[in-house]
Design a protein around this ligand. Sequence first.
Ligand SMILES: Cc1ncc(COP(=O)(O)O)c(C=O)c1O
Length: 473
Amino acid sequence: MVKSPKAGAASTAQAGAADDTHARHKRASTASEAIQVERERYLPRGVYTYHGVYPASASGARVVDVNGDTYLDFAGGIGVMNVGHSHPAVVAAIQQQAALYTHTCAHVLTPPVYVELAKRLAEIAPGNSPKKTLLVNSGAEAVENAIKIARAATGRKAIIAFENSFHGRTNLALALTGKVRPYRQNFGPFASEIYAIPYPYRYRCAQHSGDENANCDEWQADLERTFLTRVPAEQVAAIIVEPVQGEGGFIVPPKEFLPALREICTRHGILLIVDEVQSGFGRTGRMFAAEHSGVEGDLMLMAKSLAAGLPLAAVVGRAEVMDAPEPGGLGGTYGGNPVACAAALAVLDIFAREGLLERANRLGATAMERMRAWQGRFALVGDVRGLGAMVAMELVRDRTTREPATAEAAMLLAEARKRGLILIKAGLFDNVIRLLMPLVTTDEEMAEALDIMEASLAAVSAVPAAEMAAAAH
Ligand SMILES: Cc1ncc(COP(=O)(O)O)c(C=O)c1O
């Protein structure tokens, strides 16, 4: 059993900590409150946090905070901890490598673990063509490098991305990202020659809103129009796509989508970049989400759960495409850090050994079943969707208009936290509750988390409309 956070001062402070502008004037009475005061004093407000919870230790799906309270962690550091916190094999691999050496720089003395990991990622990436691997430090850096490689390989400049996408916070990654707040907001100007088309978002697509079997293929007409009116296909270097949109709200596209996109790319000599940063490493019940449709990207991006929390990302692509940049054109001081590579190799061994893909499917199915039942009970639950363990529910104020229930989603997070469960949101309207629990979560922990979500939904649903309207402002 999770020891729920104590009622009273601690949990109240935690519940409001992220948004409480007066926190620095309060006297800290718990360890986490003291850190919260310092956080507000020394971190810029742009470094937002969902939760005023400060971890002391973590194991599997559980985190213990500095107050001694235990939480079930269903955010997993935003999809990073698929093998669970502090997996013994990962900890051992990190310790072993750190004791040998922590850095030499791949451009000076390439760590053998870099080469070994490059080989193993090339082997597990979907598709049969020979592949090569570049290692970098973050998802955004992988995105940036994929664009460089695609431009070098094709001699073309333009890139097509999707609305409601997220590709990272560096300037080029933001230029590709399809959400203004909080990502793009006032950070321009952005790189030119980037064009956005709609993603097939069944619950909100223009033609077939809400139809579970809709194709939502407006994107195809939009792409054809883009080729006619904005940029000719022969000047497009790449199309970058998330096989399931992550930050966009766990949008699972129709199964025809990726194959159709692949066909268009092949027909026009455009490279397909598959961004698996959030959907990869077992989250969807396959190692990579693109495997569900049998599509091979020319380049694919991996990060997050690749190295169980150590900063590491990869661009894996067709060998001749990856070799397009000249020697010295790719890399960086830290890319392929040996400690991070050792952690990633341990992660791959864990996937080979521990049946995490089956667990992902089982956890996802359990969550979907409960969430679908909530749809019948709580008007708030507008849509339930998912692939494998990449499961989410979209909250709405009104099932007919699908008005997003943004304040309700924020309140749900606070209610769940009070009961000992860490959740995070997603979506264009911040009204999607997504599950990113470690795949080692036990059936008992899953049931416990779903019970907490249900109680939290009941609590939010009971809030009078006027009070909720006040909370929204
Ligand atoms: C699909 C996708 N691409 C890229 C990124 C950026 O990764 P990072 O935060 O490691 O830069 C993210 C992060 O959430 C993501 O979900």
